[in-house]
Design a binder for this molecule. Structure first.
Ligand code: GLU
Length: 297
């Protein structure tokens, strides 16, 4: 029998130029694959059709090749696979675990304002978004019909409480994931998930039939990824991904979250930090070895 090789991926979004943090993450993934004797994939996460641009995608290929990374071809581009995410969404819909949500940002803000709790004390999810206040969750079928006929756009949200109960039932008990490297507080080993922190998170956006959480979970399964490497900022997102894996009957990868690259002031690098752009460093004549040193690898 042929031994199964590990599969590791780097999955950037082409909505800005890559910076030193991406260089760290890409090299971390590629070296994890090498250390495991596994395969290394690149995946382009371009579901955000409003913000992703072809020149950013091109720069990803150029920057990573310049760093000396090699990945398999063809590269999976999420924008070419919406049907896969739609199928997964349909399955969740058939299970009665997602509901249409017509709310605008303003409606959500107003509901929180009028809740008597106020913005300052309203819970926020691990991405910093206010936990959904439940508008449109239990609307009557006639009202739902009316909104649909009016052509109001809607997202799909997961009923988190119901979804977690269902997943635990399917799993035969509480759900865990395997962290090989470490979370933001150094957590490692077999760890419990806590997806309730996200509340009724969006599973498919208004403009596309998916969201980051759904697309990443479906793709890691389709591409047979066995070790998911990424920054510790996405550690809590794993709670949602693990839940979706159980609900959708997908295999469980292991996780290795890495620390984030920070600047001298301790600030996390972002795509707007132009001075740290890989492309700028490359065009200014920096060497890949210098970039590795700057990224702390
Ligand atoms: N596309 C995501 C990002 O650029 C990363 C996805 C992942 O590694 O899970 O932040």
């Amino acid at each position: 029998m042929q031994e199964r090789r590990d599969i590791v991926r780097f999955a950037p979004s082409p909505n800005g130029w890559l910076h030193l943090g991406h260089a760290y993450s890409a090299i971390f993934a590629s070296e994890t694959a090498r250390a495991l004797g596994g395969r290394f994939l690149l995946r382009i996460e371009d579901i955000d059709i409003g913000r992703c641009r072809p020149e950013y995608e091109q720069a990803i290929y150029e920057d990573l090749a310049w760093l000396g990374l090699e990945w398999e071809h063809p590269v999976r581009r999420q924008s070419e696979h919406f049907a896969d995410y739609e199928a997964a969404l349909k399955r969740l819909r058939d299970m009665g675990l997602v509901y249409p949500c017509f709310a605008t940002r303003k409606e959500i803000a107003d509901a929180i304002e009028g809740s008597g709790i106020g913005h300052a004390r309203w819970p926020v999810d691990p991405d910093g978004a206010p936990v959904y206040p439940g508008l449109y969750k239990d609307i009557a079928p006639a009202e739902l019909n009316r909104l649909m006929w009016e052509g109001r756009s809607y997202a799909w949200r997961i009923d988190m409480e119901k979804a977690l109960a269902r997943a635990e039932e399917m799993n035969g008990g509480p759900i865990f994931f395997h962290e090989d490297a470490g979370g933001p507080q150094g957590q490692a080993g077999r760890l419990p998930i806590d997806p309730m922190l996200f509340g009724d998170v969006v599973i498919a956006r208004k403009d596309v039939p998916t969201s980051y959480h759904l697309a990443v979970t479906v793709d890691d399964a389709i591409q047979n990824v066995t070790v998911v490497t990424r920054g510790q900022d996405l550690f809590p997102a794993t709670y949602v991904h693990r839940l979706l894996q159980i609900l959708l009957g997908l295999p469980e990868p292991r996780y290795r979250h890495h620390p984030l690259v920070r600047d001298e002031t301790g600030r996390r690098l972002s795509k707007s930090a132009k001075d740290m752009g890989l492309r700028e460093l490359r065009l200014a004549g920096a060497t890949p070895a210098e970039v590795r040193r700057l990224a702390g690898i």
